[in-house]
Design a protein around this ligand. Structure first.
Ligand SMILES: C[S@@+](CC[C@H](N)C(=O)[O-])C[C@H]1O[C@@H](n2cnc3c(N)ncnc32)[C@H](O)[C@@H]1O
Length: 248
């Protein structure tokens, strides 16, 4: 494990050199593709993810949140919703010790689920081509969990962007409410949730649903989120005991 502050510092140091790099072979590419390539080339978190073998830069968002709030602990069971390509699962595997890398602490459990194909990862159990909003997938997740309960639920899910900000916001709110259903089914009392949303008019629906089942709900925007993005996370902690929970 390492500190995000040190990492960010070293990324920025490295980026000072790569910033001078101009994208090559851009002829024939659309302007939006050219902007994306230039942004990737100049992004210190993209470089750091590559250097540290994370599947994508989003790893640093979870690292930053977890370094501050200590959500993931050795021995914990974690559900990672919208796990592809798998960077959050990589972080979760390291922190809950689900690959058994550290023999001195308890071994945890990580299950990741995505609509897309997930490339296998040591220490994680993956459900590819699976929709978290589907009740039968939620049942499958619960059956996979040791003692049918999760200590932590992560959701970095996002629908494919339509280009219409309000529509995308509304679709993500619907997804977040499904995550709230999953929480009420499988999260253990005292457990935590990290759930991405895009800021907008309907976000308060998710916030009030979470506030009714958690003792504490706050919003966090890690430094590694792109500044221009509407992306924010709900961090909900201390799940209240739910009498409706079904146990197998
Ligand atoms: C931003 S990516 C997640 C990145 C991931 N946290 C990582 O670190 O590799 C969002 C993912 O959410 C998935 N997704 C969106 N809606 C979903 C749903 N209903 N069920 C499962 N996955 C979903 C998408 O397929 C996409 O792979």
């Amino acid at each position: 494990m390492y500190s995000l502050a040190l990492l960010t510092k070293s990324c920025l140091h490295t980026s000072a050199r790569i910033l001078k790099k101009a994208p090559q072979n851009m002829k024939g590419k659309r302007a939006s593709d050219q902007r994306w390539i230039a942004r990737q080339l100049n992004d210190p978190f993209v470089k750091a993810a590559h250097d540290q073998n994370y599947r994508c830069r989003s790893a640093f968002k979870l690292i930053e949140i977890d370094d501050k709030y200590k959500i993931l602990k050795p021995g914990y069971s974690v559900i990672d919703c919208g796990a592809a390509p798998g960077a959050w699962s990589q972080v979760a595997v390291q922190r809950v010790n689900s690959a058994g890398a550290n023999s001195e602490v308890p071994i945890g459990f990580v299950v990741g689920v995505d609509l897309l194909r997930l490339t296998p990862l040591d220490g994680a159990h993956f459900l590819s081509f699976s929709d978290v909003t589907d009740q039968s997938i939620q049942t499958q997740l619960q059956e996979l969990l040791p003692s049918a309960q999760a200590d932590v639920i992560l959701s970095d899910m996002a629908p494919n962007a339509s280009g219409f900000r309000e529509l995308d916001h509304e679709r993500l709110v619907t997804i977040c409410l499904s995550v709230a259903d999953l929480v009420e089914r499988v999260l253990r009392p005292g457990g935590s949730l990290i759930c991405k949303y895009w800021d907008g008019a309907l976000a308060h629906h998710v916030q009030s649903r979470l506030a009714s089942t958690f003792c504490e709900v706050r919003t966090v925007k890690p430094k590694s989120c792109r500044k221009e993005s509407a992306e924010v996370y709900f961090l909900a902690r201390f799940f209240k005991k739910n009498p409706k929970q079904i146990h197998f």
